[in-house]
Design a protein around this ligand. Structure first.
Ligand code: DQQ
Length: 582
């Protein structure tokens, strides 16, 4: 019998081998930093192709976007900055584009806020965060690529803090605030966090790596201008590579409310999230922050790195949260990259969206975070259809008719029969990650309980479909629930990355035998929330037949045991005002 460490090691080896294969095939999201395509970087789109553009996800009218930057609530407005190429549809020429919203759903684009212009950022203005200082003074910390190509940490302040739109930003001449010291790799030192206050200091993290050890470097300052590196990082972990876009924040032990980033105390836990450059996925731990020592210790059962917990098991990277003081919630944004090629992106004239902003809070058992689309999204719900108590026998797929299936919000609760007929969880699968298991056990492979779920963005005769589904297994003394969002059959187009994204769902089915699923379907994205936001998966897909009115939605079951769609509600989604010009 292998012990757990040996199993984890084996999983690590298999996973890194997969990454390597992906990296050399290079049509995946697995790459070192951003791929650079000089030939496309400044190629202006003649015409922006509309067919796969999203309607209610955040995106500018054209060009490349990546990481969300500096989200904050200020002057009665939500501000979102993001990495943007004003000249083309692949990564390059990056500036901080800026949009504002009253409701996180309708967005107005403003002029870019920060762009390369000074020796301390002449080669790039990369990711960073906003902090609202006492006296309601916003300040941005961001990574500049300086004239020596070092990654340095800079600040910017509004020219006029009484302008709620914060249109103009100044980069004072005492920048950079932080340069990489002799012990730091100057090309792996970026993405400062929102700062928090404690023990007479502001504190912030900068992501990095030392050899192959991921690092969350900690800096302290009394005045936000003079920053001193702490002797030890807040946290670090071996064999995880570069930590991009760290995020560190408190969550209450009980309830769904968000907290100001500086809150500490016995009634809170802390979350540390990092984006692993080597896998291009994100991982978090929940743990305890000791403010006097500035140490963070993840909870015992949780692991750092790629076998740890993830916000989302799909196209979801470089995320950032912020505390919304207006509605007392913590909101999570992330970049959902494309799954097509750079030449596809150049041809379509755009690339990248932001996921729907999500509320994030600690689950009642304290073991993981839960996520749910912000309530404001529901203002876009239009025509509604419902199905109740629909029994789905093996092989059934029932169409959800009467809504715009290419642009929809669907919520369904499934109830399961006795769990006795669940297929056995083969102990050898413990060596597999969920994604590999979903690759073996696709939506058409008959099981006992499941696969059942939704067929999204499906063409009439199912030449194309993106299934989002569950499968229940029987393991020793428990049940294992797998959730998949599988792009394998999503498109007849060639040269796409079509992963069978998947995550396990930590639910105890012995009590209620119910599983819920919500999917936000928006032309080229399917963003799904399993079991009330325990497991989330975002897939980017490019159907050729299942577009606009050619798209259909089905609820299905391919397991031998019937399952019941107790209640299914689906809405056509209206399009908000989305960054009409930039
Ligand atoms: N994207 C930014 C970096 C960050 C990376 C550059 C993550 O600051 O590390 O566009 O996607």
């Amino acid at each position: 019998m292998m012990d757990i460490t040996a199993i984890k090691l084996l999983v690590e080896v298999i996973f890194l081998a997969c990454c390597y294969v992906f990296a050399i095939n290079n049509i995946t999201g697995v790459e070192a930093l951003h791929n650079v395509y000089p030939e496309f970087q400044s190629l202006a789109a003649v015409k922006v192709k509309q067919v796969h553009r999203t309607a209610f996800h955040f995106q500018p009218p054209r060009n490349w976007i990546n990481d969300p930057n500096g989200p904050m609530y200020f002057g009665g407005l939500y501000h979102l900055f993001y990495q943007y190429n004003p000249e083309g549809a692949v990564w390059g020429n990056i500036v901080w584009a800026h949009s504002v919203s009253k409701d996180l759903i309708n967005w107005e684009a403003l002029e870019p806020a920060i762009y390369p212009s000074k020796p301390f950022d002449v080669n790039g203005c990369w990711s960073g965060s906003a902090t609202v200082l006492p006296g309601n003074k916003p300040i941005i910390l961001y990574t500049g690529i300086d004239s020596q190509n070092r990654q340095v940490q800079n600040y910017a302040i509004p020219e006029n803090a009484s302008d709620p739109y914060l249109r103009k930003w100044i980069k004072p001449d005492n920048n950079p605030l932080v340069i990489p010291d002799a012990g730091i790799n100057a090309t792996a030192f970026r993405d400062p966090t929102t700062a928090w206050w404690g023990n007479g200091h502001w504190k912030m993290l900068v992501g990095g790596k030392r050899k192959h050890r991921g690092m969350a470097y900690l800096y302290r300052s009394k005045d936000f201008v003079h920053w001193v590196k702490a002797h030890h990082p807040l946290h670090s972990a071996p064999q995880t590579g570069m930590w991009e876009c760290p995020d560190f924040y408190p969550v209450p032990l009980v309830g769904k409310l968000g907290l100001d980033t500086s809150k500490v105390g016995r009634d809170v836990k802390h979350v540390l999230k990092v984006s692993l450059d080597e896998t291009r996925y994100e991982y978090y731990t929940v743990g305890t922050y000791f403010p006097e020592k500035d140490r963070y210790v993840p909870d015992k059962e949780l692991v750092d790195g790629w076998s740890g917990l993830r916000y989302d098991y799909g196209n979801f990277y470089a995320s950032k949260t912020f505390f919304d003081p207006a509605k007392k919630r913590r909101i999570l944004w992330a970049w959902a990259n494309e799954s097509d090629t750079a030449s596809n992106d150049a041809a379509k004239g755009w690339a990248g969206i932001q996921t729907i902003p999500r509320d994030v809070w600690l689950s009642p058992d304290g073991k993981q975070l839960l996520q749910w689309p912000v309530v404001e999204l529901e203002t876009l719900r239009g025509k509604k259809v419902g199905i109740n108590k629909q029994i789905l026998k093996q092989g059934d797929h029932v169409e959800v008719e009467g809504i715009t299936a290419a642009q929809a919000d669907v919520e369904v609760i499934f109830s399961l029969p006795s769990l006795a007929k669940a297929e056995e969880f083969n102990p050898s699968w413990s060596n597999l990650d969920a994604q590999t298991l979903c690759g073996k056990k696709g939506s058409k492979i008959q099981g006992g309980i499941g696969p059942f779920g939704l067929l999204t963005l499906a063409s009439k005769n199912l030449e194309e479909f993106t299934p989002v589904f569950f499968r229940v297994f029987k393991a020793k003394g428990r049940h294992v629930v797998l959730m998949c969002s599988d792009a394998t059959s999503s498109s007849l187009q060639d040269n796409l990355y079509r992963p069978s994204f998947a995550g396990f769902v930590d639910v105890d089915l012995s009590h209620s035998k119910k599983l819920s699923l919500r999917s936000l379907i928006d032309h080229s994205v399917v963003e799904s929330y399993g079991a009330g936001g325990k497991t989330c998966i975002t897939s980017r897909v490019y159907p050729t037949l299942a577009v606009n009115n050619g798209a259909h939605l089905y609820v299905f079951n391919n397991g031998t045991q019937p399952v019941t769609a107790e209640s299914l509600n689906a809405w056509s989604m209206n399009a908000p005002t989305m960054n009409k010009r930039i």
